[in-house]
Ligand binder design. Structure first.
Ligand SMILES: Cc1ncc(COP(=O)(O)O)c(C=O)c1O
Length: 431
């Protein structure tokens, strides 16, 4: 268990000397926890303590850490072809992965464009959408997003989420987007009216959204019907739709992709995070044939002039193929159902607790919002919750006063119960 969290180790001292960590105020942060190995749902620290990884290490891990099947596939691939430039060259793992993804993605996706992570998958989608209209000589240049959404930390991805506290230092440099409220339960009409009034002015190139859950925005869950009407309205106005499934993809929401639950399908889909099972960075942007065709022509300037050094890295693609093998097994499906069922039972029992403003689940995601005066990512309660769970040997990383569980699918019933028991302690006043 996590007993010596605050003790600096030599690795920690070396870390402090040379590393700047993500999403961290380095001036006030406690020393990082030195992890030396991981197995299944557990992370093991240098001092022998262990942590139950209840957030899949920033939502990437699907089948547990160091899963031997994925390890073996990456090893075998590394012995044959570790990497090759992907302009003018190709390789089997990239082709096989694209074709397998296209066969399971919702909608009429027909081509896959590879990049490196969630933000680049979003950048690619936005650039494709904007260039689609440019190539067709149509003056549509603006983007619509949901208020309180998150699409990544590169400039395009930051812009596409609208102005917020995360990207305040860069507001002057972000391109202009129009935002609408997400179609929360019983507020679908409001979102639709907002969308319609923006669309009526013309000039909109695309609408980007996180389907069914606004992740970093506080695990805000909303039903599919309202989103379906928004997509339909975009289609009527000839506006492209981008489903950012970076977080929701690969079974998190109860279906393989959240867009499966929405009757109208998007024109572009962004994937990353769970794509490789949490082993290697990889991004995918899938699009329809109509979009792909708009980039064909006799001149290079009509092409999509975008790429990254590690585009379609063969190791990452092999990892993603192994991940898909495991994901599509009945046993994995049964695990996801078990997790969803446990979450549901927990919600039924605790949703009316006076300390909770909200307690809900969607598939394998459980979200609890504690009652506080100002709900926000910067709520001081966040640190208390975070360290409370770490002391109990559980890695949960609250978004302000919103606590969520987003576990790897290998998690066992008794481990879920252990997390719930600790959450119940916070409701009973142990925090
Ligand atoms: C919905 C969504 N899109 C994009 C991203 C960015 O992904 P990455 O951190 O891999 O750049 C995230 C990351 O949390 C996300 O949740």
């Amino acid at each position: 268990m996590a007993t010596t969290l605050l003790q600096a180790s030599s690795l920690v001292e070396k870390d402090r000397a040379c590393i700047w960590h993500p999403f961290t105020q380095m001036h006030t942060a406690r020393p990082p926890i030195p992890i030396v190995r991981a197995k299944g749902a557990y992370l093991y620290a240098e001092d022998g303590s262990s942590y139950l990884d209840a957030i899949s290490s920033w939502w990437v891990n699907l089948h547990g850490h160091a899963h031997p099947y994925i390890v073996q596939k990456i090893k075998s691939q590394a012995e044959v072809l570790e990497h090759v430039i992907f302009a003018d060259f190709t390789h089997a793992p990239a082709v096989e992965l694209a074709s397998r993804l296209l066969s399971i993605l919702p909608g009429a996706m027909s081509k896959v464009f590879y990049s490196d992570n969630g933000s680049t998958a979003v950048e690619v989608a936005l650039k494709i959408a904007l260039q689609y209209w440019h190539n067709r000589n149509t003056p549509k240049t603006k983007v619509i997003c949901f208020e309180n959404s998150y699409h990544g930390d590169t400039f395009g991805a930051m812009s596409a989420a609208g102005r917020n506290e995360f990207n305040r230092p860069f507001w002057k440099h972000l391109f202009d987007v129009k935002s609408i409220d997400p179609p929360l339960k019983d507020q679908e009409d409001k979102s639709l009216i907002q969308l319609q009034s923006i669309l009526d002015k013309g000039e909109i190139a695309c609408f980007i959204f996180e389907p069914l859950v606004l992740g970093s925005g506080g695990m805000v869950i909303y039903p599919p019907n309202g989103l379906s009407r928004l997509i339909q309205c975009c289609r009527q106005h000839d506006v492209l739709t981008i489903a950012d499934e970076v977080m929701t993809g690969f079974g998190r929401t109860g279906t393989l992709f959240a867009s499966e639950q929405v009757s109208e399908k998007p024109d572009l889909i962004c994937l990353s995070k769970g794509l490789t099972g949490g082993f290697l960075p990889l991004g995918v942007t899938a699009c329809t044939n109509d979009i792909y065709n708009a980039f064909l022509g006799d001149h290079l300037h009509q092409a999509f002039l975008h790429g990254h050094s590690y585009t379609a890295n063969p190791l990452a693609c092999s990892s993603a193929l192994a991940n898909l093998d495991l994901l599509l097994e009945d046993a994995c499906n049964a695990q996801r159902e078990m997790i969803a069922e446990c979450h549901k039972e927990f919600c039924q029992q605790w949703q009316l607790h006076p300390k909770l403003k909200r307690c809900e689940n969607l598939g394998t995601i459980l979200a609890l919002e504690y009652q506080v005066e100002n709900s926000s990512y910067f709520q001081p309660m966040r640190d208390r919750l975070y360290h409370f769970f770490l002391r109990k040997g559980i890695l949960l990383r609250p978004l302000g006063n919103v606590l969520y569980i987003l576990p790897p699918y290998c998690i066992q019933n008794k481990e879920l119960k252990l997390i719930y028991d600790r959450i119940i302690l916070t409701l009973k006043g142990d925090l």
